[in-house]
Design a protein around this ligand. Structure first.
Ligand code: UZR
Ligand code: MG
Length: 247
């Protein structure tokens, strides 16, 4: 092959998009304590594939100024409003990943109520699960999602899970968690979180991780998507091969 035809072949290949440039994005929203993180991990385990990443929206909290930070330490800052989330940054990261680029994910410290200087890099996942109370909130995110899941659980289940987790893992007091629940989590659930089911949720999952039927449905959907992409990939490669032979 001479230089010109090699250059032509490369130019043609440049229009070909490999499967890793086409990550499947799954959004999992639902109340705090509804089991989003556990459900996400169950899906990853069941999928049993490499290149599956869970992205928690906790990473996208905005850094707080001194005044808001003071409030936060007294459980008086509203972390359960969409205002607290840096959706622009989230959209930027998701778009980068969709374009096959590397994304720098912020690291948020709940001890400092600020974003750290470091980031975590994600690149080339085949499947990315975005989980958080507002995973189905921003229209730009909704546009990018291949599947929208809403996790459902009774409020008393959510509150008891939240108390146990926040006391054990997040160094909170029972009083603090309960105060925050009635001040922010519950009213904002009704105002912002619950209405997300209407933002085109493809599947509503009651009983989270116990719901094997729902987990299997999500897993089958992802497997189907990956199979389609792999077929498309092989067909595109075959076509390139045929073109190369005829040149
Ligand atoms: P989920 N949250 C924490 O308190 N600490 C963390 O490190 C991460 C999150 C809280 C957050 C919000 N607000 O109410 C909730 N505060 O967890 C969302 N304060 O996360 O869906 O996992 O409960
Ligand atoms: Mg969680």
């Amino acid at each position: 092959m001479d230089i010109d035809s090699a250059a032509n072949a490369i130019a043609k290949r440049a229009h070909y998009s490999p499967p890793w440039a086409d990550v499947s994005l799954i959004g999992i929203a639902g109340s705090s304590g509804s089991g989003k993180s556990t459900l996400s991990r169950a899906i990853v385990n069941k999928l049993n594939l490499p290149w599956v990443v869970i992205l928690s929206m906790d990473s996208f909290y905005k850094s707080l100024d001194a005044e808001s930070s003071k409030k936060a330490f007294q459980n008086e800052y509203d972390f359960d409003s969409p205002e607290a989330i840096d959706f622009d940054k989230l959209v930027e990261c998701l778009r980068d990943l969709k374009a096959g680029k590397r994304a720098e994910i912020p690291i948020y410290s709940f001890e400092k109520h600020a974003r750290l200087d470091k980031t975590t890099a994600i690149y080339s996942p085949h499947v990315l699960i975005v989980e958080g109370i507002f995973a189905l909130y921003d229209p730009r995110v909704l546009d990018l999602l291949d599947m929208k899941v809403f996790c459902e659980a009774d409020a008393d289940t959510c509150l008891s899970r939240r108390i146990l987790r926040d006391v054990e893992c997040r160094g909170r007091s029972v009083e603090g968690v309960i105060k925050q629940w009635f001040m922010w989590v519950k009213p904002n659930f009704e105002k912002f979180v619950d209405p997300q089911r209407k933002n085109g949720a493809d599947i509503i999952v009651p009983r989270g991780v116990e719901n094997l039927v729902a987990i299997n449905m999500v897993v089958q959907f992802i497997e189907q998507k990956l199979l389609e992409k792999s077929r498309h990939h092989r067909a595109a490669l075959l076509q390139l091969e045929i073109q190369a032979q005829s040149e």
